[in-house]
Design a binder for this molecule. Sequence first.
Ligand SMILES: [Ca+2]
Ligand SMILES: [Ca+2]
Length: 324
Amino acid sequence: MKKFVWIIVAAAALFAVSCSVGQPAVQETGKPDMSRMPEDIGQWEAEVNADFERVIAALGTDEALTVMNEYDTKYGTNLAETFLPEINAARASGKGSSNYPPLTDLPVNRDGAIYLSGGATDLVGNVIGWVAPKNLPGGYYHGGALDLNKADPNNPDVPCVQTAIPKGAGYETVNDWRGKVNVCVLNPKTTLDAAKLDNAQNQMDYYCKPSNTNMEYGFFKNAINIFNVVTKEDMYTWYCTKVAWHVYNRYGLDIDSNSTLVDFTKSGLYGLVSAYYKTIYFYSSSKANAAINAYVADARKKIVLAEEIMLSPHLVKVYEKIRE
Ligand SMILES: [Ca+2]
Ligand SMILES: [Ca+2]
């Protein structure tokens, strides 16, 4: 009888040890036990962080889908389903070359005009395509600002639109823009001071000129770290709409409307961020939602996206072609 009691005590002790070590508890299926709060929050968050970092590192690579499927299987999320269209779109296309006829009526007549483009078949395999929310007709995510003094009416292949290219800040040509799927042109609503605008464009030229390569293309600092969104004020990491914003910022106008009409929940970035917080705070939906909302509020201020520029009160739409 005494021996039997000892066995029970030993079994209970073993059970207690197995419960307190190795959190989060792993079920027989190999999945973490997400039916109750993790006992060791620090260890749980470290594990999720490590798995999520793998997802982020795989974005834009051939492994992305596999890594997302693994994450989904482990945590019950649906990253792969959410991002499959984004990944396929990024794979299917080349850089901004559509099969549509060139937009020969594209206006090139106003210094400082903002050009925006969008359209699924025009999605370049870069970050901005899935970061940008696309709520408005046109699905705009790409942008640039025209320096009319650089344009040549007789040569549409002259670099004159300040935007971002693989080296960071750079130029696109009129022909580049004529070939895009969906395009709109926004002019400054008021007459700008020509000399002041030229000065702002010349300052931006310092970064856009081909010889300046001391910079990088990107939306996040340190590769694709979604928790380190590059600020508008940063002068090293460039994406297209940030270049256009800088021209106007130097002039003295803030064309980032931060309009609440731009719904960040309609972006790939939001999908990633919410999947992350819903995993790490699976035990508290209010904690997860608070973290997601805080991220969006912070990102909205730091980021300047095409739709935010489109809704700027400083600009007025003078041309638009939506072909898909
Ligand atoms: Ca100019
Ligand atoms: Ca913004």
